[in-house]
Design a protein around this ligand. Sequence first.
Ligand SMILES: [Zn+2]
Length: 498
Amino acid sequence: MAALIQTLGDLRRQSGTNVRPVKQEIRDNLVRKLQAGDPLFPGIIGYDDTVVPQLINAILSRHNFILLGLRGQAKSRILRGLVDLLDEQVPVVPGCEIHDHPLAPLCAGCRARVAAEGDALPIGWLPREERFVEKLATPDVTIADMVGDIDPIKAAQAGLNLSDELTMHYGLLPRANRGIFAVNELPDLAGKIQVGLFNILQEGDVQIKGYPIRLRLDVMLVFTANPEDYTARGKIITPLKDRIGSEIRTHYPATRHTALAITRQEAWTDRTGGLKVSIPDYVREVVEEVAFQARADRKIDKRSGVSQRLPISTLELVVSNAERRALQNGEGMVVPRVTDVFAALPSITGKFELEYEGELRGAEQVARDLIRSAVGSVFTGMFEGTDTRTVVEWFDLGGSLPLSDGTPAAEVVSLTGGVQGLRELAEHVGVPPGAPAPVVASAIDFVLEGLYAQKKISRSEERGYAANEAAPRRPARREEPTLDEEIRMPTGKKKYYN
Ligand SMILES: [Zn+2]
């Protein structure tokens, strides 16, 4: 169609004077996709029964809407996904900064061109990717950024009757004309700017530096906000709130299964040009469980949440630590171990805000506690009802194993060869007979870390802290009976299970 329509005359013959507003366009395309059973919001996982139906309803209602949720709940991704619901391209007056429709131009320049060139006016085509404008709200965003600015001298020269004839420097909102304008973290926008947004939405008029500007824009407005900020009194001006048709709550993955699928999709684990990477399921589950534990931990601030980016970047670091080990030891494949999760602390500690109690303990210690209880939870789930006594007895009789996250796989296998029952437990997680050493070593590491998390065996670092472990059992901590003082285990240092 686009190829055939090159002038305003063609366009008039094809569509008459019909100018379809953007929300109607998005609605029409959604209706078509629903009827055809096409996938909606590809890449958004775990929202099929919750968020997606509400989104569909909002779009069918031609609403402006807001997504309320904590960080890392795919809010921005959903908004960007709306682009798929736009027409592939739409006709515009070429060169117009606000993408004027050739049949209904807003700006004086375009109106003059239409008047002068008539049906001969050439038509440009705007692809949908260029019809999405996004802005992160911050308190220092100005009306000039959002709506635009005028030159007061030019304005004065033009006299009193300026309004739409004025040459103005357009802000983001007019540049989103005929498209989608997304404002992230809406409550961070100053009240004055919210008023400006509202005026544009409601009246199509706004005052800039005291001069009235008429801008009857055609925009779908979408927002995101932290729920507490949004509902806090005085954060959002009431008239703007009234114009937001739907409030849609997002959430974290409800199950570990969903979370695993998201991380599998997002994390960069197939290392381009590197060794083959094979991530055991229990490693993936431990990484996911760290986020679940963190979201439930009262040492961590619930209002800011724990992003799904935590497991995503953690898994990437886990793979990298295993990759480093494989490369340095000349191993043929990369098989992450549970111990590698401790090497991923740099991607964990920055992903949550601590409550006072957590601050006392320190971010790193909180993260170590989380990993340990995550290992415990996954291990217990897999080994429920499995007899681990033979292995525990070996340690009780004085056995110890010096291992580190850098120990080559073959060495892990040979060092642990004398521990009766350990290999059998390792096979319990699904290691096939004859599996390569890195796979076996990882399973052994999981069993040892699991027994350690269950406090059936202890672990200490080569230097220092060993006395703590030898000391008689201290009374359980009042509030955290499951967590002893975690032994510092910087990556690469040897640790002993005993
Ligand atoms: Zn224009």
